[in-house]
Design a protein around this ligand. Structure first.
Ligand code: G1P
Length: 297
């Protein structure tokens, strides 16, 4: 089996109900942090990790995502005519090599495992990455790249992992740790959305995965898991006692849960403050807001 990871699946079929009414007519993955859509961050991270084939698992109403990664000749012509070269350069990051991107529809919302499985024919017999664009991670070295490097040492299946407050663990897939090696942990169990009293730890799965084709085969059993959905976590857990097993990878970076309003707003602030062209004005405004609030208390 090929070991180099060159394919990535982006599950983007979700309805984004937490962001209604905005998501009534735009996919949540098109929502921006400053001026770049969430999906752009995910694609850039994948590219940095050496991914060459990008597989989107979409659903009805996600056409804007396809348009986003297409060339827009009229827009480019207008920008060229008016000499807006910097903007033309910005647009280049949204253009994909022909044939590098594929769209598959998930016809029924049966869970994350099922969404990933919809891409099985494009994955064939190769290891692959999965990126959940809701989880935006600011990092000096992009997280999937960190994981690909670690995976070269371990093989097997790997999930990004992060300690979360114990009371929040039930919102995640949670790892049961067999051996803690610092950045890497060897996993002996994983549970999707455990009840608070039964969570094996507070080490949560975050939306970056490197998986083997075996995981696809496991999903094919279509076992119903937490919330009555076909869970990716369960299919990965089946690999624990196989071959090279399953690893958690404690990444270096700051993760934002852009699937929640609070997390999205925090990301907006962090990415705004990180921008050279906005930092001074934006930070001054935030400081003013904070001092006004303190004075009012
Ligand atoms: C999904 C996964 C879960 C993981 C989480 C990370 O859950 O099923 O294991 O911990 O992403 O963001 P969701 O957030 O879609 O409920």
């Amino acid at each position: 089996m090929k070991t180099k990871v060159t394919k990535a699946i982006f599950p983007v079929a979700g309805l984004g109900t937490r962001f209604l009414p905005a998501t009534k007519s735009i996919p949540k993955e098109i929502m921006t942090l400053v001026d770049r859509p969430l999906i752009q961050y995910a694609i850039d991270e994948a590219r940095a990790a050496g991914i060459k084939e990008f597989i989107f698992v979409t659903s009805r109403g996600k056409g804007a995502l396809e348009d986003y990664f297409d060339i827009n000749p009229m827009l480019e012509q207008t920008l060229r005519k008016s000499g807006k070269d910097a903007l033309l350069d910005t647009l280049k990051t949204t253009n994909m090599e022909s044939g590098a991107i594929a769209y598959i529809r998930q016809h029924k919302a049966l869970g994350l495992g099922h969404a990933v499985w919809c891409a099985r024919r494009l994955i064939a017999n190769e290891p692959f990455a999965v990126i959940l664009p809701d989880d935006v991670i600011a990092a000096e070295k992009p997280v999937l790249q960190q994981m690909v490097e670690a995976y070269e040492q371990t093989g097997g299946a790997m999930v990004a992992a992060m300690e979360v407050p114990p009371e929040k663990a039930s919102a995640y897939g949670v790892l049961d740790v067999e051996e803690d090696m610092g950045d890497l942990v060897k996993v002996r169990g994983m549970v999707e959305k455990p009840a608070r009293e039964t969570a094996p730890s507070n080490l949560a799965v975050i939306g970056r995965y490197i998986l083997t084709p075996n995981v696809m085969a496991n999903i094919s059993k279509m076992k119903s898991g937490a919330g009555g959905e076909i869970q990716l976590t369960d299919a990965i857990a089946e690999e624990i006692n196989q071959d090279r097993g399953v690893y958690g990878f404690r990444f270096r970076g700051q993760r934002f849960d852009c699937g929640s309003k609070a997390g999205y707003l925090q990301a907006m602030v962090a990415f705004g403050m990180a921008r050279d062209d906005l930092r001074d004005e934006f930070t001054a405004y935030l400081e003013e807001m904070v001092s006004v609030r303190k004075a009012a208390q």
